[in-house]
Structure formats: structure tokens, C-alpha cells
Design a protein around this ligand. Sequence first.
Ligand code: NAD
Length: 420
Amino acid sequence: MSHWSATVSEQLGVGIVGSGFIANFHVQSWLGVRHADITGIASPNRDSAEALADRARALGVGDPTTTDDVAALARDPRVDAIWITVPNHVRVEVVERICEEVASGRAQLRGIAIEKPLARTVAEAKRIVEAVEGAGLLGGYLENQVFAPALTRAQEIIWKRGAALAGNPYLARCAEEHSGPHRAWFWDGRRQGGGVLSDMMCHSVEAGRALLTPPGGDKSSWLTPLSVSATIAGLKWTRERYAAKLAETYPGEVDYRNHPAEDFARATITFRNGDGELVVAEGTTSWSFVGAGLRLTFELLGPEYSLQVNSLDTPAKIFLSRELRGEQGEDLVEKQNAEQGLMPLIEDEALTYGYTDENRHMVEAFRAGRQPRETLREGLAVTELLMAAYLSAEQGETVSLPTDLTDFVPQVAQGTWQQG
Ligand SMILES: NC(=O)c1ccc[n+]([C@@H]2O[C@H](COP(=O)([O-])OP(=O)(O)OC[C@H]3O[C@@H](n4cnc5c(N)ncnc54)[C@H](O)[C@@H]3O)[C@@H](O)[C@H]2O)c1
């Protein structure tokens, strides 16, 4: 075998299922990923699949084939691993379909990587984990924020210079906030699995768990959850003016007058850490934040130190005067809310939000035949905490852990939640 073919055979061929918002972020991030190309895309939307394939070719990150059949994608010999970026309500069927192809021997894959949130309920998350493990595949949980370079670098330093001398950190505070999602299905509690708690608290919970764990450590063995207390509320989008706006934007699909979902959630989770100490993760998430755009904040507090990250504290800012009346866009920051005044500009969102490092890590783990740092079991652990948070919010009480939440379906996910 020539040196060239040996090098080529080491490349991982990656197929993507779904060709929407996050699939585009993954393709963009591939500029910073080595040893892998995007080789296939499966989506029922042929136009967006073709557009995504063109984008991959234009960026030089692969020459993907397109199909509307996920089984065909799994069987494609150029595809070694699959990234799942489909909406939450079709997640289980898509994963199970791919795993059937592998288990039956019709497809040969190394691994599967699945977008957050892993599932809408603990029961669904368990089905996904069982299907992937049953097919003998490696499994990655695509939780980008724990790969955000500002978080990982600050965490590394704070543990080395702070925790090593003064003791473990005791409080993590993480938040993700923006002005609301970009597609109808996110707003629909039944399809999405809830409101902002399901959609975004998964990030804040995992970022909090990561910060409280020594860098590179195993979160699930270091942190034993003890209790969850949470609140959910409809602060903005349940107001008549905004419910009417949703109905007008998504006619027949989103009805916040009769089937609202929460646009604010907060959760406080207590853990016992590996040294037997009590530590706390606080998460706050909202679809009712109107600022420049998406804002991620992370804080970690310990005995003699603290850490702070705010994704809108950007080194680059631009100013546009009141004389300018430009088109609306998202070219400065995700979920951008304005095109005037002093605005933060994120120079490389795929890097800042963690997608680049996340995908580089997943690719290297799959190539080496080992489980990545963020496994599907971490995704299951997060789902269990999110369900405990919904239960706590519904009951108005702190939920003690462990408790079996396999059969629990939040009221918001059933479409029956009404604000008290
Ligand atoms: N990590 C993050 O910060 C982040 C950000 C946005 C979205 N997400 C997650 O990614 C997933 C997708 O979100 P999105 O914003 O890209 O949604 P989207 O609606 O923009 O895109 C979904 C894509 O899946 C395709 N699709 C639908 N049903 C399918 C099926 N049965 N088989 C194959 N493809 C199918 C659609 O045609 C579309 O191309 C969600 O789970 C969401 O939570 C993660």
C-alpha cells in the first residue's frame, strides 16, 4: 500500500442526517477539523441538503452525496460515522433505523454522534443508548459548550492554579439566553419535548457539571446528584401580543394561547463531589432575553478563586449609525437582534461556541476506536437531571435523587402545561 493510500484510508468519512441550522454550523466548523471529510448528507429536504453539500464543497471539507434515505446513508461505503442533527421528535426513529442497518450487517459504521438534547424523556434517551450500544457503535453526545475554548482553557487554569492550592470549586453558574428559536417545532412542547428548559438547560447543566469536575475527569463518577429544584415560567411569549406574533409567524403550528411552553427556566442542582463535598450547579435559560444576540455565560467559584466567561464580551465590536437602515441578518452573532449602534461581533462562532473542538474531538475518538469524552451516557445523565427539574417545577418542591424518572413526561411535552 502506498503512503498516500495509507493516509487516505485513515480519513474518517462523516455523514450528516439533517440539513438545517445546526448541520450548517457543523459543516462550517469542519474548517478546523483534521482527518475527516463530510462524505454524505441525508435529509427529506433535498434543496437544503444540496445547498449544504455545495457549502461543504465550497469550504473544501468534503464532496458529499445526498439522499433522503438514512439507511442508504448508513450503507454508503464512504460513510464511517454519522452525525444526527434532526429535530427532537424524529430522533429515536432515525437512530434506531441506522442502528438496525448496522446490527443486521448491511452497514459498517464506527460511531454515531447525536445533537443535544439527547432525547425528550428518559425513556427515549434509554432507547437511544440501548440501540447504539446494541449495534456495537461508539456514541458521542454533541454538547458543544463544554468544548468552547474560553470555557475549557479557563477551567484548565483555574483547576491548576486555584483548585490545586485552595480546594475544589463549589459553585458553577451557567446560562444560555436568546430571544427565541428559529423554527416552529422548537416552540411546540410536544415535538420539542418542552420549552427552553429542554432546549437550552441541557447546555447549562452539562457546562456546570464539566466546570465542577477536574479537567478531563469523568463527570458521572466525580459528581453524584443529590437534589434538583427548578422553576419554569412563561414571561414574554405567553403575553397576548407575543402569543399573537407566534401564531402569525407559524400559522397552525404554534399556539401559545392554548399550548404554551416555558420561555424561562432556572434550576439548582446539588451534588456530592468525589472528595465528599457538597457542590452546586445553577442554570438559567431563557427565550425572553433581548440583547445583541445569543449570550452564553459561565462562572465557577471556589475558595480563593473565580472564573467568568461571557460570549458577548467580544474583542471585536462595530458601530453603525442611526442613518443606516440595513437588512436584518445574523452575520454579527447568532440570534442577532439589531443592526445599529455598538454591536459585538463574534469573529468565528463555530470556534467560540465549541463546535470546532467538539467535532475534532469526536473525529479523533472515532478514528482511534475509543469512546469520546461526551458519551451518550452523559447525555442520558443530563436528560435525567432535566426531567427532575421539570418534575420539581411542576410540584413546586425539591426533588431528591436518585429517583426513577423513566416514565415521566413533562406537562409541557404533553401540551397540557398552563402557567399557575
Ligand atoms: N448545539 C447547539 O447549540 C444546537 C443549536 C441548534 C440546534 N441544535 C439541535 O440540533 C437539532 C436540529 O436543530 P436545527 O436547529 O438544525 O433544526 P432545523 O429544523 O433547522 O433542521 C432540522 C433538519 O432535519 C431534517 N429532518 C427532519 N426530519 C428528518 C428525518 N426524519 N430524517 C432526516 N432529516 C430530517 C430537516 O429537513 C432539517 O434539514 C435539534 O435537536 C436541536 O436541539 C443544537
